[in-house]
Write a protein that binds this ligand. Structure first.
Ligand SMILES: [Zn+2]
Ligand SMILES: [Zn+2]
Length: 374
């Protein structure tokens, strides 16, 4: 009887829930930063309306599962391998279906209308997002396609500049055509991360040309399979520091370059955006001298309010009791470090280099945790 009751208690909430419940472990989580909300967005993805393997509703459901704030549906304009099976003279169809799905789910996911302008290098592939109508982006001249996107007020970024399918050396190279597009105000961002690839050269191009730094999944199949959610994987996303959760605020933040990329447990972006995010993620939960470990061994509990497993190298004059100078701070948890402060102190500063954050090629930001002894 008891086991039957237990079974009912376990099963009833499942029935009541009706719709399949999404696994909360999937929801990507980052804290807001001073002055801005931290929005999690993925601005590059495909459906059967170009060369993807899924109907647009799956893209929306995946994004809701992952806890994203916004996605852009960006089917190829010029590459349409499923056209015979799924004719769609109106190139807005994948977006329209995605919006219907989002409305049906009653989700707060923002869905952005986009398209991938798909050409050989230069200029290669680019996403134009925040379009009003995808159809007029189909143009004979690639520059005309960019100009039509700009006329519609789009934000346009260079996709996978280091893709080995187009760059034999796997390096991003800025061409004269790219320089002209940037000069004319037609190209505003660059993917420093695309799917499984990170490009330091693309990051340098972003820094040199004041392009917005982006990371995207470019998912064609299923995100769970591609990015191994079962093994603590996550899709690459762009973190957008926006004044509010709205399409307009995302557009404004992208244009202003207020982004960071989260890719394979690494944060990539300008120091002025990455450092506040790390500082918002980490706080001191407690700091006490534990007499059993010795009079001057300070137990410092660091709380990490983000999905990042931070890898920190201590720059302190003091050493740790149980670890070397490189420590890992678990995501969404508290981690205790034991600092040997020689004397008993009331306050101590803990300077770290954040090894899994990148603010320029081979450059890692520094943070300082201010510890007040309880
Ligand atoms: Zn592409
Ligand atoms: Zn693509």
């Amino acid at each position: 009887m008891k086991s039957l009751l237990t079974a009912l208690f376990v099963l009833i909430p499942l029935f009541l829930a009706g719709q399949p419940q999404h696994h909360s472990a999937h929801k990507i989580s980052f804290p807001d930063v001073p002055g801005y909300r931290t929005l999690k967005v993925d601005l590059h993805m495909h459906t059967v309306f170009s060369d993807g393997s899924v109907w647009p509703d799956i893209r929306v459901e995946e994004a809701v599962r992952d806890g994203l704030d916004a996605i852009a549906v960006t089917d190829h304009l010029e590459y349409q391998p499923h056209q015979d099976d799924i004719p769609h003279p109106d190139r807005n169809r994948s977006f329209d279906i995605a919006v219907q799905t989002g409305t049906g789910l009653d989700s707060t996911l923002i869905i952005i209308r986009g398209s991938e302008i798909t050409r050989k290098l230069p200029p290669g592939h680019a996403n134009a997002i925040f379009l009003n109508d995808v159809n007029p982006i189909v143009q004979d001249s690639v520059v005309d396609a960019y100009r039509e996107a700009a006329r519609q007020g789009a934000f346009t970024f260079w996709n996978h500049p280091a893709w080995v399918g187009q760059q034999k050396d796997g390096m991003a190279h800025l061409s004269d055509l790219h320089r002209e597009l940037i000069e004319e105000g037609l190209l505003h961002g660059i993917e420093v991360v695309n799917m499984h690839d990170y490009s330091e050269e693309a990051l340098q191009i972003a820094l040199d040309n004041n392009l917005t730094i982006l990371g995207t999944s470019d998912i064609h199949g299923l995100t769970d399979w591609e990015f191994e959610h079962d093994h603590f994987g996550h899709r690459p996303i762009t973190l957008v520091f926006a004044t509010e959760k709205s399409a307009g605020a995302i557009h404004e933040a992208l244009t202003a370059g207020r982004t960071a990329v989260w890719f394979r447990n690494t944060l990539i972006g300008l120091e002025r955006y990455v450092t506040p995010l790390i500082e918002a993620s980490l706080s001191i939960a407690s700091a006490t001298y534990d007499y059993e470990r010795g009079r001057s061994v300070l137990a410092i509990e660091i709380e990490n309010n983000s999905d990042v497993e931070y890898i920190l190298r201590s720059e302190s004059e003091f050493t740790f009791h149980r670890t070397a100078d490189v420590v890992t701070i678990a995501p969404r948890a508290k981690t205790t470090l034991h600092l040997k402060t020689v004397d008993q102190l009331e306050r101590v500063q803990l300077p770290f280099t954040v090894l899994n954050a990148v603010t320029a090629p081979q450059t890692h930001p520094r943070i300082t945790l201010d510890v007040t002894v309880n």
